[in-house]
Design a protein around this ligand. Sequence first.
Ligand code: ATP
Length: 306
Amino acid sequence: LTQLYGPLNYLGTLYFAIQQSFVDMENMFDLFEVNAEIVDRSNAPEIVLSKGRVEFRDVIFQYMSEKVTLKGISFSVDPGQTIALVGPSGAGKSTIIRLLFRFYDIQSGQILIDGQDIKTVTQFSLRSHIGVVPQDTVLFNEDIQYNIRYGNPLQDDAAVVEAARHADIHERILTFPQRYQTKVGERGLKVSGGEKQRVAIARTILKSPEIILLDEATSSLDTQTERNIQNSLLDVCQGRTTIIVAHRLSTIIHADSILVLKEGSIVERGRHSDLLALGGVYSSMWAEQQRGLGEGEGGGDAADPP
Ligand code: ATP
């Protein structure tokens, strides 16, 4: 029995660590009011992922309020494809991402991943296949290695370094006083917004999920940082089903499909060039952002804070 206890205890700790990591993912996702009513059905099976096809079928959703937030949303993302959600503030973009992570259950319709309705499978298994790169990454008051390993507590040091390299932050970490052992976060070394985002990317690389949800930061970084981050993101999203909530349209011109949301409905959809040709909501948003880029220094790109 004693021989058994050791490994069991270890597994218990490990399970807790993994579960904790998802709880923190949720927090990082700015969803503090996690709905306790979302419970797994008894004997719910684990989701079985093949390639990560995502489908929303006539999804109607409202928060507690009377207002209907999503008014019958239908779209699908084929495995490995990138879809972008754009539109004015309050249109429902982040809600779509929250629903896919099953923070709330929908009132009607279906959300399917590889043909399985996400409300029929365990939340734990669902979330283990989805990586999130949030707007603002929270760094814990721990060392940088711990912060990256959060993506997958089972990975070893070599994998952490490999992920950091891919996220283009390894070289920077080597300049920190204690390298990977440097404490970061509020009570440690202050790192810039761009570096935090790269930590989030490294976490996602380590997690290696089939599906990636990306909530693009509203505050822009300096152009070079932005470009580096875009390259790392392209790298991590390559071959994975990706849903991006985009604020800067320039970052999604190559998306396989762009959904334009307005007041809870999809009002336009297509590729960048199709939508420009349509001369509707998207093309006015594009024109407005292009005008913004022409004005003032750097087109509103705020410098990366020190
Ligand atoms: P933004 O670009 O500003 O992030 P968005 O398109 O992502 O906007 P959502 O965050 O999805 O918009 O919000 C859609 C609507 O749902 C808004 O009217 C918002 O006020 C409402 N909403 C969002 N979260 C909640 C909540 N937890 N409870 C009640 N209403 C909410």
